[in-house]
Ligand binder design. Structure first.
Ligand code: ADP
Ligand code: MG
Length: 717
């Protein structure tokens, strides 16, 4: 029996990271003291900082005021003592370069004391600024090599935390990453700038509604993260998974999710043990994980946190992805975050729940009891509709990558067309306003459960529409087109920026109307009606997966940017440059650098896939097929030889074509042309190799086939 068929026999005791078998009651006790145990939280700060430093730091946090540098020494001292007590020996500025993942460079707290001993030292300047070598990170041409300097700068609005390792602990300080010329080299800076922009616009707007107290409006995010677990034994037998994160070969298994037996099914023991430990680790880091369940595909799962402000939520999302991958290894599992690890099987996305709320606790996207009554809600909701319509292509670009091209529009994920689902009730309200009719509050009656023992549930403001890429879900919008491996930062930066613009636009119209003597209700109704009439084309309540929608969307003039090379140029479109410049979120040069980095990532990733596919096909699959053919020839079974020989020849031919596509790149082409070449030639050639290889997988003797099969990877838990 090939080794891959042996299921790993991991017991509950072995599951525990340290080999100690914790009982359930120990865990309950632990859980109560766990949340935020490794976070330099507000509670810890209150305890450890002087009253004055604590107060000034909090002003920075709550009002978004610039950091007073004289604070830094006091904070650094307290942070160091806290970290040393928790076993930390090193610290790092933790940042998010344009690679899409996080970066660390560790420094020891300890330095020589001069007398042969070592003392722990950590100053304010080490807290607020670091200088990693920027030349090792993508900058999209912002940094010429002679100006390689990049600085990390402390972000006091995202709390420092301690990462534990069996052999030590590390203090991580969330930081922004800038070039020495002050340009953003990371994902955090534009996100922070966009939050500020939206706050300025929204605070101005709520004043028009009579709110004199709100000082700041925070955007919020809660991300539902999908992922796969597979046994690590299979992973290491698949060079494609190891190198590219997705399977480049693999025939469809006899059983998929046709039986619908996985979603919300009970969670297998080993998987659940791994999830529980991951969640414990995340809780220590102050990440408020809340929901877990199986997803549609076999061995696919989802985890979701309670929402937080966009900056902290985005940092926590990076930590979540990191922890999921780290902890999985302790259980003999691999956590796959690729958007499409298995062809023909549902891919993994990330739903980005987004809203905005004042520092006084008002969710601006919460309709309250009667939506049509709630003028302020309608105003902000209209702003979102306007923003999404005006910048639909940019939103699409913000979720583009090579993995997403296998998913968006493939009848399992939202299409590449961006549209908004409002729900029946809200759509009715907007339609009524737009047509100038009177508003009757739609009846939000209770949803009877048909049994006297179950309590009535309040009816949701409209049905669910799982096919919509951008859905209103009660008190927030859910942007559903993100890929599972992505940072939340860029899509949220885009959302915040374009909504800030729309709020300003509507607010200035409203202000004019009010100055002209109109009453608030009439003025808001008027402004909302006009905006909705102009932008309602982006609202769609039907089935987003159907072919009919593609045609209708085209008639409505909505963009359908199917692939990454179609979408990315919108990052540098003049409309994007205009709004990002006007709100100080990203300069044209910064946008261009991001565009370049993303285009390069796209073609580099496909290039790696293509070379990996060629290597596997040539050195693993073709030899297996040839051996199988040789065995048939030795046995002299003509009918079988006739069946296999043409496939072997076809595979050989397809490998040759892929090899040629891999070497015949256009000379001196622009990066975007290179990306288009990859999409139109290399991906096609890869698909051809895969097609014949997958047919051979169904014929070649099992003991000769060198790759673990889909059925094994997806069903052994
Ligand atoms: P649903 O099941 O409709 O998707 P949930 O209530 O389960 O809705 O929420 C899903 C995600 O949305 C969670 O991560 C949750 O924290 C997040 N969420 C809820 N309210 C908000 C909000 N105001 N802003 C941002 N995210 C939110
Ligand atoms: Mg959801």
């Amino acid at each position: 029996m090939p080794p891959r068929l042996r299921q790993q026999n991991v017991t509950a005791a072995q599951w525990n990271a340290n080999g100690e078998a914790l009982g359930a009651s120990d865990l309950t006790v632990a859980a109560n003291n766990l949340f935020g145990a490794n976070v330099f939280s507000v509670a810890v700060q209150r305890q450890r900082l002087s009253k004055d430093v604590f107060r000034r730091l909090n002003e920075t946090l709550h009002r978004g005021e610039p950091l007073d540098l004289s604070l830094a020494d006091g904070v650094a001292q307290a942070m160091k003592e806290w970290a040393l007590e928790r076993g930390a020996t090193h610290y790092t500025h933790w940042f998010q370069p344009l690679t899409g993942s996080t970066a660390e460079k560790h420094d020891s707290f300890y330095g020589p004391a001069g007398d042969g001993a070592a003392i722990a030292d950590f100053s304010g300047s080490e807290l607020i600024q670091g200088e990693p070598d920027a030349s090792s990170f993508p900058t999209g041409g912002i940094r010429a090599t002679f100006e390689a300097r990049g600085y990390t700068a402390w972000d006091p609005t995202s709390p420092a935390f301690i990462l534990e390792n069996p052999n030590g602990a590390l203090l991580c300080i969330p930081t922004a990453f800038v070039s020495w010329t002050g340009e953003a080299l990371d994902h955090k800076i534009p996100l922070l700038r966009s939050m500020d922009a939206l706050s300025r616009s929204a605070v101005k707007a709520v004043r028009l509604f009579g709110d004199e107290t709100a000082q700041r409006v925070f955007t919020t995010v809660g991300a539902e993260q999908e992922y796969f677990f597979i046994d690590e034994q299979y992973y290491f037998e698949r060079p494609d998974l190891v190198t590219t994160g997705r399977t480049l070969f693999g025939a469809k298994p006899p059983k998929g999710h046709e039986l619908d037996d996985h979603y919300f099914g009970s969670i297998p023991d080993r998987i659940l043990a791994c999830m529980l430990e991951t969640e414990r680790e995340l809780q220590k880091l102050g990440v408020p994980v809340k929901t877990r369940h199986n997803e549609v595909a076999p061995n696919q799962y989802e985890v979701a946190p309670i929402f937080e402000n966009s900056n902290v939520g985005s940092d926590h999302q990076q930590l979540t992805m990191q922890m999921m991958q780290n902890v999985a290894r302790r259980y003999g599992l691999i956590c796959l975050l690729h958007e499409k690890p298995f062809a023909g099987v549902n891919g993994s996305g990330k739903h980005n729940n987004w809203s905005m709320g004042t520092d006084t606790g008002v969710n601006l996207l919460d309709p309250g009891a009667t939506p049509s009554d709630n003028l302020q809600f309608l105003f902000f909701c209209a702003a979102v509709i306007q923003a999404v319509d005006r910048h639909q292509e940019l939103l699409r670009a913000s979720v583009a990558n090579a993995g997403q091209d296998h998913r968006l529009g493939a009848n399992e994920a939202p299409p590449a067309i961006i549209s908004i689902f409002l729900g029946a009730e809200l759509e009715k309200a907007f339609d009524a306003i737009a047509s100038g009719g009177t508003l009757e509050d739609t009846d939000r009656s209770a949803l009877g459960m048909g049994t006297p023992t179950l309590p009535p549930l309040p009816k949701h403001g409209g049905d669910r529409n799982r096919t919509s890429p951008f859905a209103f879900t009660g008190n927030k919008f859910e942007f559903r087109a993100l890929g599972s491996s992505m940072s939340l930062a860029l899509p949220n930066t885009v959302l915040n920026t374009i909504v800030a613009e729309a709020i300003d636009h509507l607010a200035s119209e409203l202000e004019q109307a009010l100055e002209g003597g109109a009453g608030l209700e009439d003025a808001v109704t008027d402004v909302v009606a006009r905006s909705y009439r102009d932008h309602r084309r982006v609202c769609f309540m039907g089935d987003n997966y159907g072919e009919a929608w593609h045609q209708e969307a085209e008639q409505r003039g909505l963009a359908n940017l199917r692939t990454t090379p179609d979408a990315l140029p919108w990052l540098v479109h003049e409309r994007t440059v205009g709004v990002f410049g006007a709100y100080g979120v990203l300069s044209e040069r910064e946008l261009e650098s991001r565009y370049e980095v993303l285009v390069e990532q796209y073609f580099t990733q496909i290039n790696i896939e293509a070379e990996t596919a060629a290597m596997i096909a040539r050195t693993m699959l073709l030899p297996a097929a040839v051996r199988h053919l040789a065995a048939l020839q030795a046995a002299g079974i003509e009918a079988l030889i006739e069946e296999v020989r043409p496939l072997v020849e076809e595979l050989h031919f397809a490998i040759g074509k892929l090899g040629a596509a891999n070497t015949e790149h256009p000379e001196g082409a622009e990066p975007l042309d290179e990306a288009i070449y990859m999409r139109d030639h290399v991906v096609v050639a890869m698909d051809e190799v895969r097609d014949v290889a997958d047919r051979l997988e169904g014929i070649v003797a099992d003991d000769l086939w060198p790759l673990p099969r889909y059925a094994e990877m997806l069903f052994i838990k």
